[in-house]
Design a protein around this ligand. Structure first.
Ligand code: ADP
Length: 162
């Protein structure tokens, strides 16, 4: 039987419990999931691509159904090269919709074999984003309920702790 492989792309600067929720639920739906960190998001980020990868790997551990990787250039080319057919994205508020809609349409126009599927955020993470976590961390606010321990340590190393 054909294996269903999905790519979950993003900046992951840094990974949060909101991302991890989508990853856990994605693994319930797909045989394999590839977490793909966008290399071209490094310039505008807080962490380097390698730091983001290390935090993700430390958090998700070893799972034969999960791969952690990076990609550069056109996402749909990467998806096809990985033998995947699906791009998995998370949706939070309506504000995510316009951007995601545009990208999904563009990706489908460029590569019609690849579908984008969306998973709605779980209730506790509807407001959670990497940016808001960075902001709270920079103000030395509590971040335990937003990010896993390796990310908390990395953020405290950047911004200091109370
Ligand atoms: P990008 O810069 O590509 O949006 P992000 O790392 O911000 O990268 O997000 C990657 C994906 O994870 C996006 O589809 C985003 O909507 C989703 N995501 C981020 N935070 C959450 C959350 N709290 N709940 C659900 N999905 C989320």
């Amino acid at each position: 039987m054909k294996k269903h492989i999905a790519v979950y792309p993003g900046s992951f600067d840094p990974i949060t419990y909101g991302h991890l929720d989508i990853i856990d639920r994605g693994l319930e739906v797909f045989d394999h999931l590839i977490i793909a960190v966008a290399r071209n998001s490094e310039k505008k980020g807080l962490f380097t691509t390698d730091e983001r990868l290390d935090m993700i790997r430390e958090t998700v551990g070893d799972n034969p159904r999960l791969k952690v990787d990076t990609f550069e250039g056109l996402l749909v080319d990467y998806v096809v090269a990985q033998g995947a057919g699906v791009i998995l994205r998370g949706l939070r508020a309506v504000s995510d919709f316009e951007y995601e809609f545009q990208i999904a349409q563009m990706n489908h126009t460029v590569q019609e074999k690849v579908e984008t599927l969306f998973m709605m955020t779980s209730v506790p993470y509807g407001y959670l984003s990497s940016s808001i976590v960075k902001e709270v961390a920079s103000l030395k606010g509590p971040i335990d309920s937003f990010v896993p321990p390796p990310v908390k340590e990395a953020l405290e190393a950047k911004f200091g702790s109370k």
